[in-house]
Design a protein. Structure first.
Length: 549
């Protein structure tokens, strides 16, 4: 006889799982033991939160549900943040945890909390595996829900006595069927085509859905065929290469940025894979009167500033191709399109040659871009640096500049980089993180070294929670309670056995990044940043807003 734990592992193998990220506990030792005798690699992490972020990034880069595992009680609760981040970032994840045995689940019990109810609000499905015979159906359902549009996280709790019980004879994994994407409705294509034919200044907004469904080629074809410029969300960066003449850049900054001017002039927005949790649509449709063509696998959320004129609920790429074929319109550039691109290029170039120390944010962005190839991966943490990277970092392929803009969680990037290197072993991986976020999950440096996932961790050092300081300065004219002290980051890195670098002049950053990338180990680069540029940026955008015509 085989145990339920062994049956669970067979079901995971059947789903194509190659890695499980987690920490074992007393109540799931049989599952971890079964994994050790399987084709699946168990990646031992230093915190369950790190495991959940690894599963999320693995799911984001592969399209297959990343799997994280923990014991019951506090271990499971530590998975909660990454699970919520995955759901709000439309990323497939399966979280597995132990639970108290069924024989004590009905009463107050040591480490017993209602985990199913706790995970329910942040997952597509949360359930208890109450009997061994339910395992094949529940695991298949979990993967089907996690990976079906819109993707998200699911959670299964496995009671200790169920995990150790014998699996029923004849219980086997179920066949895996991949659903075929739907064809777009001909009627809806015709309606959308009528709107586009009459448009004077249409704009495409490419979002996360376009990135994760490999729709970038279709977005480019659509734009080139109809002569329509393309903006992206933070999650959609790279869907339209930023060096393409029709690329406008990323929208989502907290103030009226260059790319917003393109939407100010737009009378039709073709939203390809955009999801409202990426940013509030009031940023691009403040009056709520712009016609919107929603192109996605599922209907849009209801919002007064995202009032959909036509919805194409089918395969994104196929919908765009058929819509382009149905539209006959003259090529014309949107008003101000070239100026928008020139403003971005000018700001990037000024940053590239800015020699101040501590470094200007734009200089760090430019040197990061210069150090990486087009298909290398940078994971951008939440903080002031996210605004600079999202705005200015040129991105040429989808899912090569990873940002969390659903839940906008801090400290996901370092553990996430472990999974990024596993999912894309041929790509260089760089973490861009603030000093506040870095220390929240820096223990995963040990994990990265142990499992052999080289990465460069570029820490933007300002001794403060920079984004909160920025927001306070904007809203109340000063900031309070955002500053802290830091350790010696070089010595800290070396204490793990990693390499440490300290930047002391602007011209040191680029050669240091190149040296760290070529070292093929875990490296920490501490780079002081001058965030006085934050206020100057807001001021310049305000002046531009007044003078734009």
């Amino acid at each position: 006889m085989r145990s339920t734990a062994e049956l669970i592992v067979e079901c995971l193998e059947n789903e194509g799982v190659t890695h499980v990220f987690g920490i074992p506990g007393e109540e799931n030792i049989r599952l971890v033991d079964a994994l050790s005798r399987s084709s699946i690699e168990y990646v031992l992490t230093r915190h369950e939160q790190g495991a959940s972020f690894m599963a999320e990034v693995y799911g984001r880069l592969t399209g297959k549900a990343g799997v994280c595992s923990a014991t019951l009680g506090p271990g499971a609760i530590n998975l909660l943040l990454g699970v919520a981040d995955a759901t709000t970032n439309s990323t497939p994840v399966l979280a597995l945890s132990a639970q108290v045995g069924m024989k004590r689940s009905y009463k107050e019990s040591h480490q017993g909390v209602d985990l199913v109810s706790m995970f329910e609000p942040v997952t597509k499905w949360s359930a208890l595996v109450a009997t061994p015979g339910a395992v094949p159906e529940m695991v298949r359902k979990a993967f089907k829900l996690a990976q079906t549009e819109r993707p998200g996280a699911v959670y299964l709790a496995v009671p200790e006595d169920v995990e150790s019980a014998d699996a029923p004879e004849g219980s086997n994994p179920l066949p895996v069927n991949v659903p075929r994407p739907d064809d777009p409705s001909a009627t809806q294509i015709a309606r959308a085509a009528d709107i586009l034919r009459g448009a004077r200044n249409p704009v495409v907004l490419a979002g996360h859905g376009a990135a994760r469904t490999d729709s970038s080629d279709a977005v480019r074809r659509f734009a080139e065929t109809l002569g329509i410029p393309v903006a992206t969300t933070f999650h959609g960066k790279g869907v339209m290469p930023d060096d393409h003449p029709l690329a406008l850049g990323a929208v989502g900054f907290m103030r009226h940025d260059y790319v917003n001017f393109g939407f100010d002039q737009a009378d039709v927005i073709v939203a390809a894979g955009y999801e409202l949790q990426e940013f509030d649509p009031v940023r691009i449709n403040p009056r709520g009167d712009t016609k919107i063509i929603h192109v996605h696998r599922f209907p849009a959320e209801v919002d007064a500033h995202y009032d959909v004129a036509v919805g194409l609920h089918a395969d994104i790429g196929r919908s765009l191709d058929e819509l382009a074929a149905a539209v006959q319109r003259d090529h014309q550039a949107i008003s101000g399109q070239e100026r928008i691109r020139a403003l971005l290029a000018d700001e990037f170039e000024r940053g590239r040659t800015d020699d101040r120390f501590p470094l200007a944010p734009a200089r760090i962005v430019a040197d990061t871009r210069a150090a990486l190839d087009r298909d290398d991966i940078v994971l951008v943490d939440t903080g002031a640096l996210k605004m600079w990277m999202a705005r200015l970092y040129p991105t040429y392929e989808p899912n090569t500049c990873l940002i969390s803009n659903g839940l906008s969680t801090m400290a996901w990037t370092l553990p996430g980089a472990v999974a990024a290197k596993i999912a894309r072993p041929d790509a260089n991986v760089l973490v861009a993180t603030g000093d506040g976020a870095f220390l929240m999950n820096s223990q995963e440096i040990e994990t990265a070294l142990r499992v052999g996932t080289p990465m460069v961790i570029l820490v933007w050092v300002d001794d403060a929670y920079g984004l909160i300081s920025w927001k306070m300065d904007l809203e109340i004219g000063h900031n309070v309670d955002t500053r802290f002290a830091n350790p010696d980051f070089v010595a800290y890195a070396e204490s793990f056995g990693a390499k440490g670098y300290r930047i002391t002049a602007a011209d040191e950053l680029l050669p240091t990044l190149r040296e760290a990338l070529s070292a093929h180990t875990v490296s920490v680069v501490a780079c002081p940043v001058d965030y006085s540029a934050n206020g100057a940026l807001i001021e310049s955008l305000g002046e531009l807003d007044e003078s734009w015509s």
